[in-house]
Design a binder for this molecule. Structure first.
Ligand code: CC7
Ligand code: ZN
Ligand code: ZN
Length: 246
């Protein structure tokens, strides 16, 4: 069954040349948006992808480059497209997404709009428990380290694709994914060191070559072109390009 991923943006949180690092996953039975940052509505528009072609949106963690476009998505789905899509989100993040991020804009009790469920079909996910949002796609969340004491999740797509979202370098995890037969590792990459809250390019370059060959780099800064040819066996993902994941 065919599975593809297309980054609607490959930029870091502060990038201006690239949109936020958000991805479209297309499977036989539907289309998933992984993260919906501030720039996501603009990025989808630039690719001529209407919001109503989405079947589900998944949130990795609560940072604006990953959730900042959700208010527009919610309003457009409710008032323009008149349909709900699935919101896949770790059970630990449901309350914080509403009460600490979206409620100020989306709550309208006079119109009966009191929670995320009034805009989305909310699917709380437990870490490590597989879920299939539609035919041809099975995924699970893996809690990974990003900001100290802040819940943040990487994603396993099927058995063969690891998508870090925002995660610090974890050599042990990457070696174990490699040993398990994961074929593609899509990793955030901070071009300068120290990485602090992201994997840095220097850290990723310490991986053995056979592992680097599986790694595609994303979530990079505007000066990415200066680093072309300096990423070992790893390649930068290109914004807008469709990558087969089989
Ligand atoms: N301790 C921290 C926390 C945050 N940051 C920066 O803020 C950005 C928020 O979005 P991000 O994509 O997680 O990247 C974070 C860092 O650039 C950082 O550099 N150090
Ligand atoms: Zn980010
Ligand atoms: Zn982040």
């Amino acid at each position: 069954m065919s599975l593809t991923i297309r980054m609607i943006g490959t930029g870091s949180a502060f990038a201006k040349k690239y949109f936020n690092n958000n991805a479209l996953v297309d499977a036989a039975g539907g289309r998933l948006l992984i993260d919906c940052g501030v720039t996501a509505p603009h990025a989808l528009h630039a690719l001529r992808i209407p919001l109503d072609t989405l079947d589900a949106v998944l949130i990795s963690h609560i940072h604006a480059d990953h959730i900042g476009g959700l208010e527009e998505l919610a309003f457009q789905l409710l008032y323009i497209h008149k349909r709900k899509i699935k919101l896949l989100i770790a059970d630990t993040l449901v309350d914080v997404l509403w009460n600490h991020s979206l409620r100020g804009g989306l709550e309208n009790r006079e119109d009966g709009l009191a929670g995320l469920h009034d805009y989305f079909e909310v699917i709380p996910l437990q870490e490590g428990v597989p879920y299939s949002p539609f035919d041809g796609l099975r995924l699970k969340l893996l809690r990974t380290a990003h900001i100290p004491n802040k819940a943040s999740y990487s994603i396993l797509l099927g058995d063969s694709v690891f998508y870090s979202a925002d995660a610090r370098f974890d050599a042990g995890l990457l070696h174990s994914l490699h040993a398990q037969g994961v074929r593609h590792i899509l990793h955030d990459c901070q071009l300068f060191s120290p990485g602090t809250v992201h994997a840095s390019l220097d850290e990723l370059l310490t991986l053995p070559e056979e592992l680097q060959e599986k790694v595609l780099l994303m979530h990079y800064g505007d000066n990415m072109p200066e680093y072309m040819g300096r990423t070992g066996r790893m390649a930068f993902m290109e914004q807008g390009r469709v990558y087969p994941l089989n």
